[in-house]
Ligand binder design. Structure first.
Ligand code: GLU
Length: 460
């Protein structure tokens, strides 16, 4: 349940820029954003770039561009942990001084030996505490993990309890200059006044560590909401194929951001009036954390394609015109009237925006095709030829309606098939009357004449 006692809702999306923006990131960002926007709260963006070796500027750019594309706008400046060293140093100093943290100078090889021996005894590996009571003045900084039982009231998972005695003294900083995730996150969330931490379930085991650090620093508890894991169709961990793929590739392939948002919101949430199409403006009205499920959310790429086709069908024409712009040759814009009509007749057949160029290309220039394609089933070529010639006559004098009269007289397949092929050069296309409407009389007649020539030449 959303907690009515929390007045100032402030959430953060806190990715580590160590890889491209993923579906998992997008889902976390969206749920945070919807939750806070529904309550007039704030949405902060913080790059957790304490891992200097793996964090990259290009990934940050990828995150920023992806969030913008999805329309998930953040409030205020972007935070970067790498720029907040002074703040962490202060808090680390406090923990060291108060005896909640200590320097540990154990060698990695000794720690590894300790780990192996614990494993062979069937114990969960954890630091044995050799340096806990030594007065070291350098080394990594460890937090003295108390042996306690903590509870949280997770807004998704309900009451969850943890025994911290099993965790051991974790490293919270490599040095005063180099804080690590579990520590930095506590300091940042407190300093930024975060009220709710909404993140993936993979962070649940970190929660007791963070709560213990909060308690040592006398920092008030935040509300947690852990979102269900995103699983593949086999209910196992989602494959790298989807997790590792750059989100912006979906944009390049012609997915609409509205379809992606719809897909994302259903990864763990369902509206009260259950349905598959939940438009962005509807999710903003209806989203609440108490409808987020506990069990894993299944990632179904076919559903994404289906949703994309739905959104292409329901998107306003003007908007669709703008959306296809990056996908079509610029010369097509010299004929905006044709382009607009082409979008209308092809939108039903498009699964992605990028399909448009292939589907509508024939309207802008007739593709190569073979004379045999003009032949309807077993019809004699001579009959087809005559039908095409009659079509030229009929169209010169009359409009498209006369075509149907001719087709009724001389056979629908025998007239309409060669006509459609003559106009599109393709085996499948919209109906010939729709094409005539777009091409206009002159171009139509020219294309039929070309078909006549083609057929004649093939008969020689
Ligand atoms: N930086 C963490 C990540 O990218 C998120 C931490 C958090 O939300 O607490 O998974």
């Amino acid at each position: 349940m959303d907690d009515p006692t929390v007045k100032n809702v402030r959430v953060r999306f806190a990715p580590s820029p160590t890889g491209p923006f993923s579906f998992g990131n997008a889902r976390t960002a969206l749920f945070n954003w919807l939750f806070t926007r529904r309550q007039n709260g704030e949405f902060l963006l913080r790059f957790e770039d304490t891992d200097r070796e793996r964090s990259r500027k290009e990934y940050e750019d990828d995150f920023i561009e992806s969030l913008r594309w999805l329309g998930l706008n953040w409030d205020g400046e972007i935070y970067r942990q790498s720029q907040r060293k002074e703040i962490y140093r202060r808090y680390l100093g406090r923990l060291l001084e108060a005896g909640f943290a200590y320097y540990c100078s154990c060698k990695p090889e000794d720690l590894e030996l300790e780990r192996q021996s614990q494993l062979t005894q069937g114990l969960a590996p954890r630091y044995g505490g050799r340096c806990r009571n030594l007065k070291n003045e350098k080394g990594v900084i460890r937090f003295k993990m108390p042996d306690a039982e903590v509870f949280i009231n997770d807004l998704v998972r309900g009451k969850v309890s943890f025994k911290t005695g099993l965790i051991g003294d974790i490293i919270i900083a490599k040095s005063l200059e180099e804080p690590l995730y579990n520590f930095a996150v506590v300091v940042d969330d407190f300093e930024s006044g975060i009220s709710h931490v909404i993140r993936g379930e993979e962070h649940l085991p970190n929660t007791p560590k963070q709560i213990m650090i909060q308690q040592a620093l006398e920092i008030p508890l935040v509300q947690y909401a852990h979102l269900p894991l995103i699983l593949g169709a086999d209910k196992k961990k989602l494959s790298k194929r989807y997790l590792g793929k750059s989100f912006l590739d979906y944009k390049k392939e012609g997915y609409l951001s509205s379809a992606i948002l719809n897909f994302l919101v259903l990864l763990g949430w369902h509206p009260a009036r259950d349905r598959e199409i939940v438009k962005p403006e509807e999710m903003l009205m209806e989203f609440s954390l108490d409808r987020v499920q506990k069990g894993g959310a299944i990632f179904n790429p076919d559903k994404l394609d289906w949703l994309n086709a739905c959104y292409i069908r329901i998107t306003d024409s003007r908007k669709l015109f703008e959306l296809v712009r990056p996908f079509v040759p610029s010369t097509w814009f010299e004929q905006p009237a044709i382009l607009e009509k082409a979008i209308e007749i092809e939108r039903e057949r498009m699964k992605k925006l990028s399909d448009f160029t292939k589907l509508a290309g024939f309207l802008f220039s007739l593709p190569e095709y073979s004379a045999e394609l003009l032949i309807w089933k077993e019809t004699e070529p001579g009959v087809i030829l005559e039908n095409l010639e009659r079509l030229v006559k009929v169209l010169t004098k009359n409009n498209g309606n006369a075509v149907m009269a001719l087709a009724d007289k001389r056979g629908r397949g025998e007239v309409l098939w060669p006509l459609r092929v003559a106009l599109s050069g393709q085996e499948a296309s919209p109906g010939p009357l729709e094409i005539i409407e777009i091409l206009g009389k002159q171009e139509t007649i020219q294309r039929i004449k070309l078909a006549i020539e083609k057929l004649k030449n093939s008969q020689k």
